[in-house]
Write a new protein. Structure first.
Length: 249
């Protein structure tokens, strides 16, 4: 049933102009960042080779590409998650879900998985760009996979947070604004970390600090656990919120 809800959510998303607009605009912008990174690498390549300190095309192009994609999609994801529950509540269709023979867990997981499927398509389309480098060079596939994993985890976390915020209001626009503000703060909170204690509390709870490790190829299980726990926490909060709403009906 969860899978059926996810496919229905994905299909309904592609039946709206929003999904196609998001795909087109984000791919265009990210492609510009990719071409700029390639241009930068080609410009400094002779100098790097002369100094015998070539960091590799993957390090220069891939890290920049996926870092840019993470920031751009942080802006986009609230537009996807705002409709998950807020729109259902605004359109008075949430009551139909409450009366259906479905558990709140199935509804939340199905809707969440639908967004994840859409984002997986986007990640696959983004990954095609660095793979074109193979036509004239080589790639560090370990670093590439680490960047793909990092991008997937951060987007999955963004989506879980956005989904929970969507359960709190019946106004999709308000949901999107609150989601974006929350994601921005969680990304920038490590700026509050002092230079004397760069690995303190603020740095640890920042979404960005854990992502930087994966983007540089530093695979640490604590970063993976951090994202997984955040995702699970916001999914559980979303389920509990819907359970409370269902009891009131």
């Amino acid at each position: 049933m969860i899978w059926s809800i996810a496919i229905r959510e994905l299909r309904s998303l592609f039946l709206t102009p929003l999904a196609w607009a998001i795909l087109a605009i984000t791919q265009f912008i990210i492609c510009l960042f990719f071409l700029k990174s390639v241009e930068l690498y080609l410009g400094i390549q002779p100098q790097l080779e002369a100094n015998n300190s070539d960091p590799g095309i993957t390090s220069i192009i891939v890290e920049s590409l996926y870092g840019s994609a993470a920031f751009i999609l942080m802006i986009i994801i609230p537009l996807l998650t705002m409709r998950l529950i807020s729109a259902e509540r605004q359109n008075k269709t949430l009551t139909l879900l409450f009366t259906a023979p479905l558990s709140m867990t199935e509804i939340i997981l199905g809707k969440y998985l639908g967004v994840i499927l859409f984002l997986t398509i986007m990640i696959a389309m983004i990954t095609i760009m660095p793979l074109t480098v193979l036509l004239g060079g080589s790639l560090d596939f370990g670093l590439l996979l680490s960047n793909i994993l990092g991008l997937f985890l951060i987007l999955a976390t963004f989506s879980a947070i956005g989904l929970y915020i969507s359960t709190l209001t019946n106004n999709p626009i308000l949901s999107a604004v609150i989601s974006f503000t929350s994601l921005l703060l969680l990304n920038l909170i490590d700026l509050l970390a002092t230079s004397d204690n760069p690995t303190g509390l603020f740095s640890y709870i920042s979404l960005r600090s854990h992502l930087d490790n994966l983007f540089t190829g530093f695979f640490n299980s604590s970063d993976i656990i951090y994202y997984v726990l955040l995702i699970l926490m916001f999914i559980v909060l979303s389920i509990r919120r819907l359970d409370n709403d269902r009891l009131q009906h």
